[in-house]
Design a protein around this ligand. Structure first.
Ligand SMILES: Nc1nc2c(ncn2[C@@H]2O[C@H](COP(=O)(O)OP(=O)(O)OP(=O)(O)O)[C@@H](O)[C@H]2O)c(=O)[nH]1
Ligand SMILES: [Mg+2]
Length: 612
């Protein structure tokens, strides 16, 4: 019996015949890894991640995403599958945030962050598409100014009852680059995907590049050529064969079979319960394929995806455990020398970290200053624009009509004006923040990885770079406080004095009254906005540096912390360390065995799909 077979039996005594490619050992392997960590390394950051995977596995929840370039018809395709025009779709880029569609009684649930707290809004009836549109749509919620953190749609369609969760994703490659980023960040959570494209324009370079990065992260991909209603038979044939050839030669993926559909016609047919139309749209074939995938291959696909994710986490953990073991095993003087060397090298990393923190502080100061300047300019401009509007509206009116005309004009003008000017102002700063933080985030990632790299080099252990992005630094977006405009002018009755004054004096007093109110309104609105942007900028920077410090410290405690703990114990306990070395070795062996089986499973799975 090989070593791995014996481990497999130990891990899963009920399934003595478990072959490496049989995915059924994953729950037991996960259970084992979690139990081991809970008892021996309860503070390991990998524990929570393993627990999440365990839960997804327990619920047999497959995350099937619809991916593709903007406007290829992803949302329309999902609507056709659901049999309801529920998800917003339009000729303009729409879906700006991943939208999760789960089984359940119809409900739309939006979670947002408001003033540091999580707020949930739910709708069960009425026009749910309109409601969704307010949050998911790029036009209504540009760059996610509303700070939406999660969008869940529950729907009672049959297909969702098969344990699948659909995810409608933002289109890649549009002018809204953050939409591409949102989809890329989301990929690690995706277990399988429908890739939607269409013939006009044919597959673009952006799509090919995207497919290349999806290829290594999403184990199962289905290819869909949408909008076939634009094509005649010959054109369709050409389009399908072009798609197959390009995907095969340029992205290195075998796309067979390609589903040629018209999601739009499919949706119309399904709404009218027209089964012939449904078949003719190509959607019946695609739907049947998804059903058969869920019935026959879902489990394997889910296990394959979760195997990969678990393996990534365990390899990351192993590196840390090996470092800790090596620190306990080395002769004390050797260990101390290596710690000193690590400390020296760390000195440079610390300097770089301080440089990042300095740049953060500088960027914060500059951003706040720029914001103050623009707020003041905005106040001046707004006042001027509004005054001009009043003058124009009241021109040619009699002195007595003047105030009513001015107020009427303002009532119509002010809401749109503030919505537009102040809205643009807020969005500009949110974008500026995202652009400022992006390179700093990259530098931080690099710094964190360099600590682990140095530790691995000095202690001569294998370095492991996490693949899926799930292992450490979480991406962050600027935190943004939303702001409601105070829009109306309160009517102020003319004072008694006005009635006894002549017309021209009456007009002067009315003008003064209206302008004073306008000035106050502008001041309040700009000040409120200035305050909310000020808070948002400060909070975003604070969160970024907190998160950076947390990750930095966690990495330090997993590296230098482990070395120092070992050195301390060795000095204090002398011989007792042997017991700990034995335990650490055993833990590593056990985790290695688990990761060994998982990597065999991943490899066998990859070989099998290559053969197929
Ligand atoms: N003719 C035709 N139009 C379609 C089809 N599917 C979608 N459309 C149209 O294409 C446009 C884009 O559809 P959406 O479903 O919003 O596309 P999307 O990929 O979700 O777009 P983003 O969310 O912005 O990435 C809409 O005007 C749809 O009506 C189809 O099969 N045929
Ligand atoms: Mg969409």
């Amino acid at each position: 019996m090989t070593n791995q077979e014996s481990v497999r039996r130990k891990i899963n005594p009920r399934e003595t015949a478990t072959s490496p490619s049989n995915p059924s050992c994953l729950p037991d392997l996960l259970e084992n890894a979690v139990t081991l960590l809970q008892s021996q390394r309860p503070d390991a950051i990998q524990l929570a991640k393993l627990n999440d995977i365990r839960e997804q596995l327990r619920e047999e929840r497959l995350h099937l995403a619809v991916l593709g370039q903007f406007k290829r018809g992803k949302s329309t395709l999902l609507n056709a599958i659901l049999g309801e025009a529920l998800l917003p779709s339009s000729v303009l880029p729409v879906t700006a945030l991943p939208t999760w569609i789960r089984s359940g009684k119809t409900l739309v649930k939006i979670t947002m962050e408001k003033n540091g707290a999580s707020v949930v809004e739910e709708h069960r009836s009425g026009n749910l598409t309109d409601f969704l549109n307010r949050y998911v749509n790029e036009a209504a919620n540009p760059e996610n100014v509303l700070n939406v953190t999660d969008i869940q749609v529950f729907h009672d369609s049959e297909i969702l009852k098969k344990g699948v969760v659909f995810i409608d994703t933002p289109g890649i490659g549009s002018t809204f680059r953050h939409n591409t980023a949102a989809t890329m960040n989301f990929l690690p959570q995706c277990d399988a995907a429908l890739f939607v494209t269409s013939a006009d324009p044919p597959l673009t370079e952006t799509e090919i590049e995207f497919l290349k990065s999806v290829r290594d992260r999403v184990p199962r991909l289905f290819f869909i050529l949408n909008k076939t209603d634009y094509l005649d038979e010959e054109e369709l044939e050409q389009a399908v064969s072009f798609l197959k050839k390009t995907v095969r030669t340029q992205a290195g993926i075998d796309p067979e079979p390609v589903f040629a559909v018209s999601a739009k016609k499919g949706l119309m047919a399904k709404l009218k319960k027209n089964s012939t139309g449904w078949k003719e749209s190509g959607m019946a074939d695609l739907e049947a394929r998804i059903f058969s995938f869920l019935a026959g291959e879902k489990q394997a696909a889910l296990y394959e995806a979760l195997n990969r994710r678990t393996l990534d986490i365990l390899n990351n953990l192993l590196m840390e455990l090996n470092l800790s073991l090596k620190s306990m095993e080395l002769p004390l003087t050797d260990l101390e020398q290596r710690i000193t060397l690590f400390e020296e090298k760390l000195g440079h990393t610390r300097d770089e970290r301080l440089a990042v923190l300095d740049r953060l502080a500088g960027e914060e100061k500059r951003t706040l200053k720029k914001m103050e300047e623009e707020a003041e300019q905005l106040r001046v401009d707004a006042l001027k624009d509004i005054e001009q509007t009043i003058e124009k509206a009241a021109r040619g009116r009699s002195a007595r009509e003047w105030e009513a005309a001015a107020r009427e004009k303002l009532a119509g003008f002010i809401p749109g004006y503030f919505e537009n000017r102040l809205g643009r102002f807020s969005r500009r700063f949110k974008k500026r923040m995202a652009l400022t933080l992006e390179p700093l985030q990259k530098e931080t990632d690099h710094l964190i990885e360099s600590i682990r790299h140095k530790a691995a080099d000095i202690f001569e252990i294998q370095f492991y770079a996490p693949k899926s992005g799930t292992a450490f630094v979480a991406r962050q977006k600027p935190y943004w406080i939303t702001h409601k405009w105070k829009q109306s002018l309160s009517p102020v009755p003319p004072g008694t004095l006005d009635r006894v004054l002549g017309a021209s004096l009456q007009q002067k007093r009315a003008r003064k009254r209206v302008l004073e109110q306008v000035e106050e309104l502008v001041r309040n609105n700009v000040e409120n906005l200035r305050w909310s942007i000020f808070q948002s900028i400060q909070t975003s920077f604070r969160r970024f540096s907190n998160r950076m410090n947390e990750t930095f410290n966690a990495t330090l405690s997993a590296t230098r912390g482990a070395m120092e703990a070992a050195a301390r114990k060795r000095r204090e306990k002398g011989k007792d360390a042997e017991n700990e070395i034995r335990q650490a070795r055993q833990l590593i062996e056990q985790i290695q065995e688990i990761s060994g089986i998982l990597s065999e499973t991943v490899k066998t799975g990859a070989d099998e799909s290559a053969e197929a």
